[in-house]
Design a protein around this ligand. Structure first.
Ligand code: RP5
Length: 160
């Protein structure tokens, strides 16, 4: 079985409906991944351990989603040099703008590649693109995936 190189982590079970879109895309591309609930606030020791061991475990990218006071992606970026792709999860109170602002404005030295609010599918594609740099077979599958999406877009609009 191929080694897991992508981690999908999220602050809560309630983030899974959003974050599973990253998993769906990675499934379509045949990229193995692991999924974990890792909360910056509720399970900080889990966060620390995950970040501390990410490189030695062979992860190549970490997709991290959280909502509200969404500190998980940034804190993970502070703990590992493995690229962190942040997904702001939409919230009821502030529509996810709170999540976006909590993730995007990182200090120099500790970047998080921040996706759109709810942009977990793109996070999966970004992670796959990183792996594809050193995996020609995956690069081909990713190109085919992109071509199929382009081909599914009609030339002209039509009435319902
Ligand atoms: C964050 O708080 C999580 O990432 C989630 O988006 C949000 C709400 O969590 P729950 O109260 O639904 O567990 O930590």
């Amino acid at each position: 079985m191929a080694a897991v190189k992508i981690g999908i982590i999220m602050g809560s079970q309630s983030d899974w409906p959003t974050m599973r879109e990253a998993a769906v895309v990675l499934d379509e591309l045949g990229v193995p991944y692991e999924t974990k609930i890792v909360s910056a606030h509720r399970t900080p020791d889990r966060l620390w351990d995950y970040g501390k061991t990410a490189a030695e475990r062979g992860l190549h990218a970490i997709i991290a989603g959280a909502g509200g006071a969404a500190h998980l992606p940034g804190m993970m970026a502070s703990k590992t040099r493995i690229p962190v792709i942040g997904v702001p999860v939409q919230t009821k109170a502030l529509s996810g703008v709170d999540s976006l602002y909590s993730i995007v404005q990182m200090p120099r030295g500790f970047p998080v590649a921040t996706m759109a609010i709810g942009g977990a599918a793109n996070a999966g594609l970004m992670a796959a693109g990183i792996l594809a740099l050193s995996d020609p077979a995956l690069a081909e599958r990713l190109d085919a995936w992109r071509d199929a999406l382009a081909a599914s877009i009609p030339d002209e609009p039509k009435d319902d």
